[in-house]
Design a binder for this molecule. Sequence first.
Ligand code: MN
Length: 209
Amino acid sequence: MDNNRMGFKRYTQLPMPYKFDALEPHISKEIMEPHYSMNHKAYVDNANKFIERYEKVVAGEVKDYDIQGILRAITFNVNGHKLHARFWNNMAGEGKGGGKPGGKVGDLITSHYGSFDRFKQIFTEAANSMLGAGWTALCYDKETGNPQIMTIENHFMNKVAGAPVLALIDEWEHAFNMQYKTKRADYVAAWWNVVNWDDAEKVLEMVQG
Ligand code: MN
């Protein structure tokens, strides 16, 4: 094989942007700690494991492999990693989270939904009716300028390609079960108190350039 070939880089789990108890009482430390240290870490570790496997395939070191299986595992784990990394930054405690967005995100939402409360109602409907494990996300489609709510099934990006996520909620059971048991709607309601609209604003500004 070509020795000058560049290797595939590994993924890194960055430190949490706040303490595990920062989102209390809305999301407890008992959830945040394993969610970051076990669940998110597992996605990073598994993404790297499958990248390593993929690299061996590329290098011709493995003869017997399932390319679709490897690619699916990479997509699942890399998205699991990226979505969690976005999720941590997209929440804030200590009075910095929640409320209504101002700035461009605020304008974007009110100009398309009429009011923030109407947007909140539709997003909540989407989040509460999601089947199985996944995420509900507010995405921005640069082509139309539409702030589109989307359901990301599992970790697979069942969303419009190239539409970045402005805000998102993890609806996997590991994200709420310890605190909210089967009452996912209560968790969704609590999430509105910690969603970080300043972070959404940063992403929108970056996308709009
Ligand atoms: Mn999760």
